[in-house]
Design a binder for this molecule. Sequence first.
Ligand SMILES: NC(=O)c1ccc[n+]([C@@H]2O[C@H](COP(=O)([O-])OP(=O)(O)OC[C@H]3O[C@@H](n4cnc5c(N)ncnc54)[C@H](O)[C@@H]3O)[C@@H](O)[C@H]2O)c1
Length: 343
Amino acid sequence: MREKRIGFALVGCGRISRFHVEALRSAEQEATIAAVCDIVPERARATAGMTEGARAYTDYEAMLRDGGFDCVSICTPSGLHPRHGILAAEHGFHVLTEKPAGIDVLSVDRMIETCSRLRRRLFVMLQNRLNPTVLLMRQALEDGRFGRLFMGQANVFWTRPQAYYDEAPWRGTLEMDGGAFMNQACHYVDLMQWMMGDPEQVTAITGTLGRNIEAEDTGSAVIRFRSGAIGSINVTMLVHPANLEGSFTLMGETGTARLGGVALNTIADWKFDRELPSDMPAASAGYAPPTVYGHGHAGFYRQVIAGLRGGDCTIPDGLEGRRSVRLILAIYESARTGMTVRL
Ligand SMILES: NC(=O)c1ccc[n+]([C@@H]2O[C@H](COP(=O)([O-])OP(=O)(O)OC[C@H]3O[C@@H](n4cnc5c(N)ncnc54)[C@H](O)[C@@H]3O)[C@@H](O)[C@H]2O)c1
């Protein structure tokens, strides 16, 4: 007999929500969207219209009270993720929040604590971990092919015009978004820690050089990891005229790999002392991403569904999502104070 479909509700029907709707449509044998909510009624109605008949709400708590689903997918502005996650768990639902988990550690911790106390699952959409190129790098790392790690480097050289920030009032604000590190580069900060382990100290400089926003549009951070390895992350949203690069390079004693393209979608270098037959196909594992967000939402949902059915899933939970938030906040503190921050 076919298992009951997992019901999802979606809160926040803006730009990223359609990736959730498409991902859930691609899993329609196993999942359904029962309800959607946005404070802007037309957005809620339009998103409901893309589903098999989801109910449309403008009041989040009313949607939670009515229920009829298992998990809430949170696609609201970043500063609201913990509040919306906590409310969902308190009403008895599992939580899948868009990245970042939040923009301050205290409220992320409250969300983690609430979900854990009420035995609700909490997932954080860091879908770049599922990029085929990223998975190959991670496998090579787990197989010990890099040897001792010396250095990691991430570049996020993208463009976000002023119109992007002006389109939604929360974008680029300190209260609801943060800047290029917290919003656009947060996947790259996540990958650096996933590959290199716990950071020990960070020194950073940030600037708001070309956009009329509160937070940074450009910055560089240098990180020492507990292993002794050093990482650097360079970020700007001011590239003229279009997205140029989203790359991650890992350099170790016996291997070097560089994921490149605009969003980690090519393998630009793949060199190891110990060559394997799988290295040739690996070197051509690149793909053309539809956008810099990649294809990861569908794969991520497949794992969320498996996890909610009690099966294996290796996607980031709340504690994993917290790690990049904490490092980005240390980057911000260093940039603000001009001091090196110890973690
Ligand atoms: N995983 C990724 O690669 C990725 C990519 C883009 C955006 N995001 C994340 O997704 C989130 C949303 O980004 P976006 O670009 O879609 O923003 P957006 O502004 O386009 O959409 C947010 C929506 O939330 C609605 N909203 C605000 N407050 C609400 C409330 N209290 N109740 C219900 N609805 C409310 C707004 O009306 C808006 O429609 C952000 O946290 C962002 O960081 C993730």
